[in-house]
Design a protein. Structure first.
Length: 90
């Protein structure tokens, strides 16, 4: 089982979602549980990002919002780098 860590910038967005968009926050919660169990398969159509050196993946939360994360198999950590928006189109 992987440990899921979140960057400070992603944590700030999650805090905002918890108050302003509970439904979206709940969807994120379901996906984060899957990240801990199997980060390369499951909800949100996980896919490796081109140029991500085989560690950076993306999953859909909604049609517009994504989770971008790195998988570190050697230490069993998944680092959530970015959420909200489609890559850089915020």
């Amino acid at each position: 089982m992987y440990e899921v860590k979140v960057t400070p910038s992603a944590a700030k967005i999650l805090k905002k979602w918890k108050k302003s968009n509970p439904a979206l926050y709940k969807k994120y919660g379901k996906i984060v549980h899957e990240l801990a169990d199997h980060p390369r398969t499951g909800l949100g159509h996980p896919e490796p990002l081109i140029g991500g050196k085989d560690i950076t993946y993306s999953r859909h939360i909604t049609a517009h919002d994504r989770i971008i994360y790195d998988i570190y198999d050697d230490v069993l950590v998944v680092l959530v780098i970015e959420i909200e928006g489609h890559y850089n189109d915020k």
